[in-house]
Design a protein around this ligand. Structure first.
Ligand code: ZN
Length: 468
């Protein structure tokens, strides 16, 4: 059997994860993510470098958009085989892809209007990459499996999914190939999580792999020394309650929202903060939280213990899931301090904008950031101290208390990645450093070479390597 790997995304950059394994005539794609860096977004419109209908199987590590966001395009352009992933990832990926289609359709309407007004044209076609029907077709192809269940991908090719501890349902994938009497394994790290994250189990450690693809998002950085998130959160809540204001928490729908609920539940249970109403005002976060509740078998020990003690962080007294627009609007009439968790996480869309409009100009309120705010987003403007911001075309003075809790991250840093790799007992034939900007990827590859003496590559876009 002749085998090769081709790098079609997350090669020298972070997003657009997509790797093709060719084993004789069989083609297996691992992830099919959306490009999110502005300068690379046009690649989303390119033809796939391989005929979609010629691919035999797709394996999906997790439900983040930069890993699953081009699957509906793959299906729209002819892929009709199975998409293997874990049950929870399948459910969350469905939500994520449909949301992506919806956002594209909305953005397009807005962009078309603006371009017409400004007499401009777009370098991209005025159509979404895919629509919700393409997403529904993609969801039909999901073939979900348990962790550690062996997936047969054809003669001499097997895959298993292992908990990555990154987001709910996330996986590392080990592909095993019989190469002319020799067995070879390829380990795809997916996104590597961190030990001791709430709700999630710790990332799986492996003793053996012949080839490893390892992510390097934080390959040249260390997270800030661990501070106590509950302590920080307690302080923010107490201060805001004293002023009689609201707490607005812009949050990502997947994992971060549930993590915040977990910490709030800790504080309520220990009577460290007074009983307050908490609202999750994001239809997407509500749906994702339901997936968590559907899969208690994935919880770590602490979360399982809480549930058996009757304290469910995803369902406690005082917690309201605001599904409808009317329910969302009604939050404004709640007397006293309310904690409002709403999307989008960087404030560039979603219901959080309405809560910011209502709360940002009053110094008794707090805007609490719990996630990364990319350059150019409304969240970034607020968190970096802008005195005025534009929301829905109107200007608002920023007078609320702006707080950022920095201890949250779902990605392993340089030391944590090194620790994760240190369980490998053999010398891999090659290690590919992917899913990082050029600088962190290159620095991390040098570090791995020095630390382990391994043969390390930072593959370039469309580069091909033999697996032998
Ligand atoms: Zn991820």
């Amino acid at each position: 059997m002749h085998c090769s790997i081709e790098f079609f995304g997350a090669a020298g950059n972070v997003t657009g994860s997509c790797f093709l394994i060719k084993a004789d005539e069989r083609k297996i794609l691992v992830d099919c993510g959306l490009y999110q860096e502005r300068e690379l977004q046009k690649r989303n419109w390119d033809k796939f470098p391989v005929q979609p209908e010629s691919i035999d199987a797709v394996l999906l590590t997790h439900a983040h958009l930069d890993h699953c966001g081009r699957l509906p395009k793959l299906v729209k352009e002819g892929y009709s085989g199975p998409i293997y992933t874990t049950h929870a990832t399948g459910e969350i990926a469905g939500i994520v892809m449909l949301d992506s289609a919806h956002i594209q359709e909305e953005d397009l309407k807005y962009k078309q209007k603006r371009h017409r007004r400004e007499n401009r044209t777009s370098p991209y076609p005025y159509e979404p990459l895919y629509d919700s029907e393409d997403c529904e077709e993609t969801i039909k192809l999901l073939s979900t499996v348990d962790y550690l269940e062996e997936v047969d991908l054809g003669p001499g090719i097997r895959a298993t999914f292992h908990d990555a501890g990154h987001i709910f349902g996330s996986s590392m994938i080990k592909l095993e190939l019989d190469l002319n009497g020799t067995s070879r394994s390829i380990l795809f790290s997916g996104d590597v999580g961190r030990d001791n994250l709430p709700i999630l189990r710790d990332p799986t450690r492996f003793k053996q792999a012949d080839y490893i693809l390892v992510e390097s998002t934080y390959g040249d950085r260390l997270h800030e020394p661990p501070r106590s998130i509950p302590d920080d959160l307690e302080e923010v809540v107490r201060n805001t309650v004293e002023r009689g204001g609201n707490i607005i928490i812009p949050s990502f729908a997947i994992e971060r929202t549930q993590e915040v609920l977990y910490h709030l539940n800790t504080l309520f249970t220990a009577n460290r903060i007074p009983d307050l109403p908490v609202f999750v005002d994001s239809p997407m976060a509500i749906r994702v939280t339901e997936v968590f509740s559907n899969h208690p078998e994935l919880f770590d020990k602490e979360m399982s213990e809480r549930i058996s003690n009757g304290q469910n962080p995803c369902d406690f007294d005082g917690l309201t899931m605001s599904r409808t627009v009317a329910e969302s609007k009604a939050i404004a009439n709640v007397p006293g301090t309310a904690i409002i968790i709403a999307g989008s996480g960087m404030c560039n869309g979603g219901r959080v904008k309405h809560h910011l409009k209502a709360n940002i100009s009053d110094p008794k309120n707090t805007i609490l950031f719990v996630g990364y705010q990319a350059v150019g987003t409304l969240g970034r403007h607020i968190v970096t101290g802008s005195e005025k911001v534009r929301i829905h075309g109107e200007e608002y003075a920023v007078r609320a208390d702006i707080v950022q809790i920095t201890g949250f991250s779902a990605h392993a840093d340089k030391d944590e990645l090194t620790d994760w790799l240190s369980s490998i007992e053999n010398k891999p034939r090659k290690v590919f450093v992917v899913h990082g900007e050029n600088k962190p990827a290159t620095k991390f590859s040098q570090h791995l070479d020095q630390h382990f003496g391994w043969d390390v590559e930072v593959p370039a876009y469309e580069e091909v390597f033999d697996i032998d």
